[in-house]
Design a protein around this ligand. Structure first.
Ligand code: BT5
Length: 267
């Protein structure tokens, strides 16, 4: 990638038209995990809107203790601190809003059509180009702090054989790179807009957009719920709280709140 693809405060600043997110913005050459950095900052009283971006992560994290590959110079690895005061039951909405922001920003900046696989994957042509890890802290039944971590494979040239389900914008554009700074700024602006709608109780348009971008709804899926046995069914709907509603062949409908799904070809 050319030298003008720096992911620094100076490179991102001119593209950033947010009021809240990225104010302040901290860019690091490398860190273990930007989510961990922001969590620490949150504990020391950092303000809502803080964004930490790293050029590389040495211990990038996925959900459920998985790892997230975050090599230098080719991705956007960033975490956003929010203090939404939302009911804890609505926390999943932050992930939905972030996924919509990422998919729409990718389309706007790179021209690629991205879709959302429930609950937190942004996909292009059936492969994952971005993942979101939302970690919340609650007090009573309210979210007192939320760290929304977003990883986007921007200019990753290739993936190891154990990551066949991964892709990057570069790969999907036939080798043409995408500048990271404008993309990071575009994600932050869209996420800020969706976040404001969420706080204002006007989340319906974001949910509608999430449903329109979903590559899961209407598909035959294999569900791997957290702490439960896998099962197959049809992904029928997404509830307003972000739960996936799956109809089993028996006719029973289950709400999935946490877990993974894989999409199967219709049998
Ligand atoms: C995720 O988890 O997709 C959430 C990823 C969040 C990463 C961001 S980067 C900034 C912030 N700081 C962090 O430490 N994390 C956040 P999950 O759905 O559990 O998916 C993890 C799985 O995706 C792994 O087990 C791999 O199979 C696969 N994977 C790992 N690295 C990947 C990559 N770069 N691209 C695509 N897939 C990957």
């Amino acid at each position: 990638m050319s030298l003008d693809d720096a992911l620094t405060e100076a490179a991102i600043g001119p593209h950033l038209s947010t009021c809240l997110l990225g104010r302040p913005l901290i860019c690091l050459p490398a860190t273990q995990s930007t989510n961990a950095v922001v969590r620490e900052q949150a504990h020391s009283g950092a303000p809502e809107g803080l964004v930490v971006i790293a050029d590389a992560q040495t211990g990038g994290r996925g959900r459920l203790g998985r790892s997230w590959l975050s090599p230098p110079g080719v991705g956007i690895w960033m975490s956003i601190l929010l203090r939404p005061g939302l009911p804890a039951a609505d926390a999943q909405r932050l992930t939905l809003a972030a996924a919509v922001a990422v998919a729409d920003a990718i389309a706007a900046v790179s021209g690629l059509q991205a879709g959302i696989k429930w609950p937190n994957d942004v996909m292009i042509a059936g492969r994952k180009c971005s993942g979101i890890l939302t970690e919340v802290e609650t007090g009573g039944d309210r979210v007192t702090a939320a760290v929304v971590g977003i990883g986007i494979n921007v200019n990753t040239p290739s993936f190891a054989p154990d990551l066949t389900a991964a892709t990057s914008l570069l790969i999907e554009r036939g080798g043409r790179p995408v500048a990271r700074a404008p993309l990071a700024a575009a994600v932050l602006l869209r996420f800020e807009q969706a976040y404001r709608q969420l706080l204002a109780g006007e989340f319906r348009p974001v949910l509608d957009r999430w449903r329109a971008l979903s590559v899961t709804l209407g598909r035959r899926v294999q569900v791997m719920p957290v702490g439960d046995q896998p099962y197959a069914g049809w992904a029928e709907a997404a509830d307003d709280d972000g739960a996936l509603r799956v109809r089993l062949d028996s006719g029973e409908v289950r709400r999935v709140l946490a877990g993974d799904v894989s999409i199967r070809s219709a049998e």
